[in-house]
Write a protein that binds this ligand. Structure first.
Ligand code: PLP
Length: 373
C-alpha cells in the first residue's frame, strides 16, 4: 500500500506549525559532547530545585498512585481560590500553564477568527493559536520611544483588535524579554477592550516581580469578566517537572475551559506538591534572594564584557551578544553551558540566560568571555 501524504490529511492550522523548541537537556549535552558537570541556564528553572515541603508531600502520595487523581483538584483549587479571593469555580487547573493556554485557544478560536499578541512574545501563543486554524495578528514591539524596547506596545496591540478578534495574549512579564507592564497602563488596556474580546494575562513569573506598580491582575476579575489570568508552579516554585499551572477567570469561562480539559490532567503528585509549595514561604524567599543577587551578578558581568541586556524583572535576562548569537550559543555548549537562542523570537543577536546559582553564573560569564574573544 502506498502511503498517503499525511501533510495533506492534517488540519490546515497544524500543517504550518513548527514544534516548540525546548532548552537542551543537560544529559543530552553531556552525552553528545562528552562533557561532565555541564550547567543549564536555558529553561528558567529554579536553580535551588523544589522546596523541601513540596518534595516531602510528593513522596507521601506515591503509595496511592494506583488511584486516579482527584480530577477537580479539590484541595489545590480550593487553596488557590482562597489566595485569589475567588470561588473555586473560577480556577481551572492545567498540566502546566501551557495546557491552560491551549484550552483557552481551543475554547475561543476557530478558523475565521483572530488572536492578537506581541512580537517577541512567548512562543506558545503562536502555536496554540495556529493549531486551531485561527489567524494570528502580531503587534510590533515597543521600539524604545513608547515604552521599554522589546516590550509589548499596548497601543499597537489595541490597533489590531477588530470584529473578529476573540483573544489577546499578554505576558506580564514577557519571556524572553523580561519586560513588564504596570498596573495603570495594563488596566486601561483591559478596560477599553470590546466585550467580545477575552484577554489572557500570563503571569508565569509573577512571584519574581518586585516593582511597586506591578499588578496582580487576578484582583481585577470582579470588574473584568473578560480577563483570564494564568500562573504556574514551574518557575519560582521549582516544580517544572511536575507540570502544574492554572487559570483564574470568571466561573462561566472556567466552565468552558473545563469542557475541553482532559480528565485527570494534573496528576496526584503534582497536586500534592503544588499545595505544599504554597506553604513554603522560606523556599520562595530564598528563591527571590538568589534571583536578585544572580541578576545583579550577570548584568554587571555582561557590562564588563561590553554587552547590553534587556532590563528584566523575571528569573532570566536576554543579552545582546552583538553578532548572530547561534555561533556563540554553540561555543557556550562546547564549554558546557546551555543557554537559550531566541532567533525564533525575532531576536537573532540575543541569548536568553536563566539566573543560576552564583557559581553557575560565574561559569557562564567565564565561558562567554572565552567564546567572544
Ligand atoms: C514558562 C512559561 C510558562 C509556563 O509554562 P508551564 O507550562 O507552566 O511550565 C507560561 N508562560 C510563560 C511566558 C513562560 O515563560
Amino acid at each position: 500500500m502506498t502511503l498517503p501524504d499525511y501533510m495533506e490529511l492534517a488540519a490546515p492550522g497544524v500543517r504550518g506549525l513548527q514544534p516548540y523548541q525546548p532548552g537542551k537537556p543537560l544529559a543530552e549535552l553531556e552525552r553528545d559532547y562528552g562533557i561532565r558537570d555541564a550547567v543549564k541556564l536555558a529553561s528558567n528553572e529554579n536553580p535551588l530545585g523544589p522546596g523541601a515541603l513540596a518534595v516531602a508531600a510528593a513522596r507521601e502520595v506515591l503509595t496511592g498512585l494506583s488511584r486516579y487523581p482527584e480530577s477537580s483538584g479539590y484541595l489545590l483549587a480550593g487553596r488557590l481560590a482562597g489566595i485569589h479571593a475567588v470561588s473555586p469555580a473560577a480556577i481551572t487547573l492545567g498540566n502546566g500553564s501551557n495546557d491552560v493556554l491551549d484550552m483557552i485557544a481551543r475554547v475561543f478560536l476557530s478558523p475565521g477568527v483572530e488572536a492578537v499578541y506581541s512580537q517577541h512574545a512567548f512562543a506558545v501563543y503562536p502555536i496554540v493559536v495556529q493549531a486551531t486554524g485561527a489567524t494570528a495578528r502580531v503587534a510590533p514591539a515597543a521600539d524604545g520611544s513608547t515604552g521599554p524596547a522589546y516590550g509589548h506596545d499596548l497601543a499597537a496591540m489595541a490597533a489590531l483588535i477588530g470584529p473578529e478578534t476573540r483573544l489577546v495574549f499578554i505576558a506580564n512579564p514577557n519571556n524572553p524579554t523580561g519586560t513588564w507592564l504596570n498596573a495603570s497602563e495594563l488596566r486601561a488596556f483591559v478596560d477599553n477592550l470590546p466585550a467580545h474580546v477575552m484577554v489572557v494575562i500570563d503571569e508565569a513569573y509573577f512571584e519574581y516581580v518586585e516593582e511597586a506598580d506591578y499588578p496582580d491582575s487576578s484582583q481585577w476579575l470582579a470588574e473584568c469578566p473578560n480577563l483570564i489570568v494564568t500562573r504556574t508552579f514551574s518557575k519560582a516554585y521549582g516544580l517544572a517537572g511536575l507540570r502544574v499551572g492554572y487559570a483564574v477567570s470568571h466561573p462561566q469561562v472556567a466552565d468552558l475551559l473545563n469542557r475541553v480539559r482532559h480528565p485527570f490532567n494534573v496528576n496526584t503528585v503534582g497536586q500534592a506538591a503544588a499545595l505544599a509549595a504554597l506553604d513554603d514561604s522560606r523556599h520562595l524567599e530564598e528563591t527571590l534572594h538568589v534571583n536578585r543577587a544572580g541578576m545583579a551578578q550577570l548584568v554587571s558581568g555582561f557590562g564588563r564584557l561590553g554587552l547590553s541586556c534587556v532590563e528584566s524583572v523575571g528569573n532570566f535576562v536576554a543579552v545582546d551578544v552583538g553578532r548572530p548569537a547561534a555561533a556563540v550559543y554553540e561555543g557556550l555548549l562546547q564549554n558546557g553551558v546551555i543557554v537559550r537562542p531566541v532567533a525564533n523570537y525575532d531576536m537573532p543577536n540575543h541569548l536568553r540566560v536563566t539566573i543560576g546559582l552564583p557559581a553557575e553564573n560565574e561559569r557562564l560569564l567565564a565561558a562567554m568571555e572565552k567564546v567572544l574573544s
